[in-house]
Design a binder for this molecule. Structure first.
Ligand code: HEM
Ligand code: HEM
Length: 194
């Protein structure tokens, strides 16, 4: 198995990036729901869970940049033969997932009122403390952090996090399993053993 994609298979790098991001999504969700359901506000475990959520999310935001670059410099493996509507849907979901990998880290970072202890290795300042906030929000939009944060938070948590991201990922994973178990084609194999 080579590092680059071929027309039949995803290469080693695309696979690592794909499954790495899937694991980070799992970590981001487990951490944020654990925080909500099982911890009291401002206890040490509450803060650790939040930091894990922020760290996993920011990692996704960095990896997606590599993923987009890698996609541009590689061939894309062809989809398995099937009806045109299925191919169009698969492409639409893949683009939707790229949108999720870009918008969730951005809205998460923009709307967070605390610095991130990135996996407890180093600290990333909160958006409000950066020059970007001063230039983009304060100067250009004329908004305070509280005014700016409310709609961003609503989008991150209620619209995307609670609904759209789940629907897209669950639909995408279910389609992969359906191809593997029912249609018995190479869709999942392309992204695993090759
Ligand atoms: C890319 C993946 C991400 C996903 C899928 C995601 C998902 C979510 C979800 C579902 C919630 C709401 C949880 C609830 O209803 O209680 C949430 C809350 C939150 N997210 Fe994210 N998020 C991501 C990235 C980020 C990033 C990069 C940051 C900041 C650097 C961030 C900051 C926050 C904060 C501060 C909350 C509120 C926490 C709370 O109220 O307990 N998120 N996120
Ligand atoms: C258990 C979960 C998952 C399974 C079983 C799965 C499976 C697959 C498979 C089999 C493919 C190849 C499809 C083809 O080319 O015919 C694929 C591609 C893809 N997957 Fe997933 N996936 C999962 C989670 C995720 C997550 C969490 C994301 C991102 C949020 C994601 C984003 C993508 C994207 C964007 C592609 C298109 C190829 C690329 O540009 O890398 N997947 N996935």
């Amino acid at each position: 198995m080579g590092y680059k994609n071929t027309v039949q298979n995803y290469g080693r790098i695309a696979r690592w990036l794909h499954w790495g991001v899937a694991l980070l999504f799992l970590l981001a969700y487990c951490a944020v729901y654990y925080r909500h359901w099982f911890t009291e506000k401002q206890t040490p475990e509450n803060i650790v869970a939040l930091n894990l959520h922020l760290s996993a999310g920011i990692s996704i935001g960095v990896i997606v940049i590599l993923r987009v670059i890698w996609r541009f410099v590689n061939v894309q493996p062809a989809l398995e033969p099937g009806p045109r509507w299925q191919h169009m849907l698969a492409h639409a979901v893949h683009y939707g997932l790229y949108a999720v990998m870009i918008l969730m880290p951005l809205t998460g970072y923009f709307g967070t009122g605390r610095a991130t202890d990135f996996f407890y290795l180093f600290t990333i300042p909160k958006f409000e403390d950066t020059w970007m906030f001063d230039v983009l929000v304060w100067d250009m939009l004329g908004m305070t952090f509280d005014e700016f944060e409310k709609p961003i938070d609503f989008f991150h948590k209620e619209i995307m996090g609670a609904w759209l991201v789940w629907i897209l990922i669950a639909g995408h994973a279910a389609a992969a399993i359906y191809h593997h178990r029912v249609l018995k084609d190479r869709t999942l194999i392309k992204m695993t053993s090759g």
